[in-house]
Design a protein around this ligand. Structure first.
Ligand code: GCO
Ligand code: MG
Length: 402
């Protein structure tokens, strides 16, 4: 069996997505997501110029060997561009293998460990009152877990709050727009938000919050401590994690659970955090961390330390990643939660999929493979449009982490 041809499809049904399609000599094809928000065309070139020429003629059944070929064989390891490209190949190959086996991917991975996948949705508002209402709306839709992000008094923009609600999209400009940030104002506000949310909705719904890499370790430790009475499901990206040691300080001061990993690419980015039990949830997902083949190594390492998964699932991860992640989540023994930021109806039309939402859970569906397809005619209606995430500066002009 051989990979006969491959193509990269770029489409922008409201936001850009990059998809790799691998076609075999037996007519079976597989698709993988290669979208890297704001750097999409770098992965397109990596795939078209450096991966596809090597891939043609390879045996698609040899998923592990192909993974090692592109990881070790490139000499230049890791990094978001490389690992997104490897992930796209790997996801497409698992799709092909599961289709050939006539099985939904979760069955090939070892079968279901649970009936459905608990997801968290994004509630956001311009101020405390609007955010409280939004959380209520998610509870009414059946969500068991909700991430709350709010505008902060005295700041024009805050992470997680944008135009639109259900389909809020952070990459919203042809060049990065400028936002102004002040951690002091943010820290004074966040505990009030969660105090109010617990007053209004009680302790039943799981509540989550994303610090989006903006605090220092000590600031994050203080926030974690201040939030303890409101029993968060997790505090995410409390501080940048390039220096994995930084989490030790946060950990020493708070029992608020910590989640990290959406920007990680390999097990090496997670290793010290996991082995030192400095986090509770690992956020790596299929497209960012080298596909199913590598993600399951990360999950297995995490399981040794009772750390659970909590895969990234923002709108910049295409429905292909969502589908593959849901099969992974259905199988993985140490599953924690799955992020679910809904795609627009236009995106759903480009990517017909088997997964579905009911009562706070997502179900991967029973279609052989990962259950997500790409309608090429529909995709062709939406050509690539440059779009970037905003950047952040402090009030005095200092560049900060968005
Ligand atoms: C999340 C993330 C996203 C990222 C986005 C960047 O927790 O969902 O932080 O909102 O900002 O994926 O491309
Ligand atoms: Mg995040």
């Amino acid at each position: 069996m051989k990979i006969q041809s491959a193509k990269v499809i770029v489409t922008c049904p409201g936001r850009n997505f990059v998809t790799l399609k691998l076609i075999t000599d037996q007519g079976v094809y597989g698709i993988g997501d290669a979208t890297l928000n704001g750097r999409e065309l770098a992965v397109v070139a990596y795939l078209e110029e450096h991966v596809i020429p090597c891939l043609i003629g390879m045996d698609p059944r040899r998923i592990e060997d192909i993974w090692q070929y592109f990881y070790r064989g490139a000499y230049w390891r890791r990094g978001p561009v490389t690992m997104s490209a490897i992930a796209a190949v790997d996801t497409a190959l698992w799709d092909i293998k599961a289709k050939m086996a006539g099985m939904p991917l979760y069955d090939l991975l070892g079968g279901k460990s649970r009936e459905g996948v608990m997801v968290y949705g994004h509630a956001n508002g311009v101020d405390l009152a609007e955010t409280v209402d939004e959380v209520g709306r998610y509870i009414d839709m059946g969500y068991k877990a909700i991430r709350a992000q709010s505008g902060v008094p005295g700041l024009k923009d805050a992470y997680g709050v944008g135009r639109g609600k259900m389909y809020y999209e952070p990459a919203d400009a042809a060049l990065p727009s400028l936002t102004i940030w002040d951690t002091h104002k943010y820290l004074s506000f966040v505990p009030k938000l969660f105090e109010r949310l617990r007053e209004v909705y009680g302790f039943e719904p799981h509540l989550l919050h994303d610090g989006h890499h903006r605090m220092t370790p000590l600031e994050a430790a203080g926030l974690g401590k201040a939030l303890e009475p409101y029993r968060l499901f997790w505090l995410e990206d409390a501080t940048p994690a390039e220096n994995q040691e930084a989490f030790r300080l946060i950990r020493q001061h708070t029992t608020t659970p910590l989640a990290v990993g959406e920007v990680f690419n390999t097990i090496w980015d997670c290793k010290d955090l996991i082995q030192n039990q400095l986090i509770d949830y690992i956020r790596c997902t299929v497209v960012r961390a080298g596909g199913i083949t590598h993600l399951r190594r990360i999950a297995d390492l995490a399981a040794l330390y009772q750390i659970k998964t909590g895969s990234h699932g923002a709108t910049d991860l295409s429905p292909v990643t969502m589908g593959a992640a849901l099969h992974f989540d259905s199988w993985v023994p140490n599953f924690g939660i799955q992020e679910y930021m809904r795609h627009t109806p236009e995106t759903d039309a480009v990517f017909p999929h088997a997964y579905s939402f009911a009562q706070g859970l997502l179900y991967p569906g029973e279609t052989p493979g990962h259950g997500v397809d790409l309608d090429e005619a529909e995709a062709a209606k939406y050509p690539y449009k440059p779009a970037y995430l905003p950047v952040a500066r402090l009030e005095d002009g200092t560049m900060w982490n968005w």
